[in-house]
Design a protein around this ligand. Structure first.
Ligand SMILES: [Fe+2]
Length: 581
């Protein structure tokens, strides 16, 4: 069965499942070059079908991630509020009024108005979706909506499970389809939901509102709050105890759900009432501590109730690598499986799996995440000629491009690597990467000053040869947790601090590694082996190939723009090396 799956909204993404196997995953941002683009992923659909050699006629069914589909202007308003004054902003005014004097006098009236407004929006959203499918030559096919948290759970479990051992699957995010956290029991490869928390008690919502309170972009800069947290001493107990801890906890009557005394959607206003003037790093430390304490307690409660110690996680909350570090360190957890890039962009994975299973088709776990678009040598030759790169750059084709990159890295040069299919998700996994020598702190400043312009407290991460993971990462135990996708963290060993100085968190010496096996990416593995042979270091610093504020590069044009608009000196474009003169 061939299924196309679509997540619309923030970071819209499309997936393609063929004969039970996920063969492609691509976000619209990778094509239109707008980070977290909420546009309908029409360009991604075309590019992915083309990459996989499938035509629209071959698609048998379409799985939509989520029951609630909103019109695109809602996302425009949510994520670019300065750009739009439209019907949604009027709705926001009504919502504010509801909370004010009128709302207290006539709450029922406003509640009803909001409900009607929402149902209008959902109707409009579905008709917009039908129109988009029509324009993508996909009309007339069965369209099945899959619940938002079911998508998160199915993505994590069916994407990662290699056997049918009983398991617990945890999902947590801001909210989706009227839930913010769920737990699922997996037995005999079937999932059954055993708990559901409504959005009012959303830890993800609290974290996101704290991100906003700190002046950062919601649904994008939460990782910056996490990165800032270690600079606060002992999670700032006073702020934690006074502001955060009293607000949300496990429900004493059912510890598999959360209960909150402040509605998560009002948490920004709550912080305005009690946290103005507090230091930003202390707030970051306290909210990070809250997240870790509450989620680990939740996981512990579910393990206690079921006796199952094999866990899977999905949903945007588990993008938090420090939370995942805490989870994998729990004595109660026997095996932990963290879905990478587990925000809503992962939901097409679960939507496709859920629909295939509904139809009685068996499904297979993910092989790798190099699921995007690729370019043949002949296409790169044409690109170099069309752009007249010879005239502006030194262009060569070394006999072994991976060895040539390793040579440059060993000489402390910074090199962008563009190779094979682009990786799906937020993290570079080597195919669209900026690489540097990980042992020299200068690499950190060079990459940041010349290319990335990230906030000064944010760390870079390494790709580590599997043979060196236990030398660099404390308590690295692949039989408990694998770390191939930069989705969890470890404390660096003494040797790790020495060899990976530029590719760790400078505040607490933790590392968010991509532990690389030869099987996962033979060419990139060869590069790391060549670098190790020259330097004795079994890792490279790896950050995503993009400029600040742009998504991870997918095509040669975007890679060239990154070279041209930054201090980057070398771009390895397929087999070609393009260097500034
Ligand atoms: Fe979600």
């Amino acid at each position: 069965m061939t299924i196309l799956s679509i997540h619309t909204g923030h970071n819209s993404t499309v997936g393609l499942l063929d004969q039970g196997k996920l063969v492609g995953l691509l976000s619209e941002e990778k094509i239109n070059n707008i980070k977290n683009s909420a546009a309908f992923p029409k360009n991604a659909i075309t590019a992915l079908l083309d990459e996989c050699g499938i035509i629209p006629d071959q698609i048998e069914a379409i799985a939509i991630a989520g029951n609630e589909v909103f019109p695109s202007y809602c996302y425009d308003y949510l994520f670019h509020p300065k750009n739009k004054i439209n019907r949604t902003s009027l709705h926001s005014v009504a919502k504010s009024l509801e909370k004010g004097i009128l709302g207290s006098v006539m709450p029922g009236l406003f509640k009803m108005a909001r409900k009607n407004r929402k149902s209008d929006l959902l109707t409009e959203g579905r008709s917009e979706l039908a129109e988009h499918l029509n324009q993508s030559s996909l009309s007339g096919k069965p369209v099945i909506h899959i619940d938002h948290h079911q998508c998160h759970a199915y993505s994590a479990y069916y994407g990662l499970a290699q056997d049918d051992s009983p398991a617990l699957v945890f999902t947590a995010d801001g909210s989706g389809d009227q839930a913010c956290a769920t737990i699922w029991l997996a037995r005999d490869k079937k999932l059954q939901r055993i708990s559901r928390t409504p959005p009012s008690a959303s830890l993800g919502g609290i974290y996101t509102n704290t991100t906003r309170f700190l002046g950062m972009k919601i649904l994008e800069h939460e990782y910056k709050v996490m990165g800032l947290a270690p600079y606060c001493k002992d999670y700032h107990k006073e702020i934690y105890d006074r502001i955060f801890a009293p607000v949300i906890n496990l429900d004493p009557e059912n510890p598999l759900v959360f209960k909150s005394s402040v509605d998560a959607s009002s948490f920004y206003d709550y912080l305005v009432s009690c946290a103005v003037g507090e230091r930003f790093d202390n707030i970051a430390g306290a909210v990070q501590h809250l997240l870790e304490e509450r989620i680990t307690a939740w996981v512990r409660a579910a393990i206690k109730q079921t006796g199952i110690r094999n866990i899977y996680t999905g949903g945007g909350v588990f993008m938090n690598v420090k939370l995942n570090k805490r989870i994998q360190e729990m004595d109660e957890v026997e095996h932990a499986h963290f879905l990478p890039s587990c925000g809503d962009e992962s939901n097409p994975i679960g939507a496709a799996y859920a629909l295939a299973i509904q139809q009685g088709s068996p499904v297979k776990p993910l092989d790798n995440l190099y699921m995007g678009i690729s370019f043949k040598r002949s296409e790169l030759v044409k690109f170099i000629a069309d752009e007249r790169l010879d005239a502006r750059y030194a262009v060569s084709e070394p006999p072994d491009i991976e060895a040539a990159i390793a040579d440059l890295l060993a000489q402390s040069e910074v090199v962008a690597r563009f190779s094979g299919r682009c990786e799906w998700g937020a993290r570079s996994l080597g195919n669209r990467a900026i690489l540097a020598h990980p042992s020299h702190l200068e690499s950190f400043y060079t990459v940041n000053d010349l290319i990335k312009s990230r906030d000064f407290w944010m760390p870079f991460a390494p790709t580590v040869l599997d043979s060196h993971a236990d030398q660099y990462l404390e308590n690295y135990n692949p039989s408990k947790v694998l770390a191939p996708h930069m989705i969890t963290a470890f404390k660096a060993t003494t040797l790790g601090v020495e060899h990976l100085r530029a590719a760790m968190h400078q505040g607490d010496h933790t590392i968010r590694p991509q532990v690389l096996t030869e099987e996962a990416n033979p060419e990139y593995y060869a590069l790391l082996k060549a670098f190790h042979a020259k330097t004795g270091v079994g890792a490279v610093m790896n950050t995503s190939l993009n400029l600040h504020g742009y998504p991870l590069v997918a095509n040669p044009k975007q890679a060239l723009m990154t070279l041209e608009k930054s201090g980057l000196m070398h771009l390895a474009l397929g087999p070609f090396l393009i260097s500034k003169k």
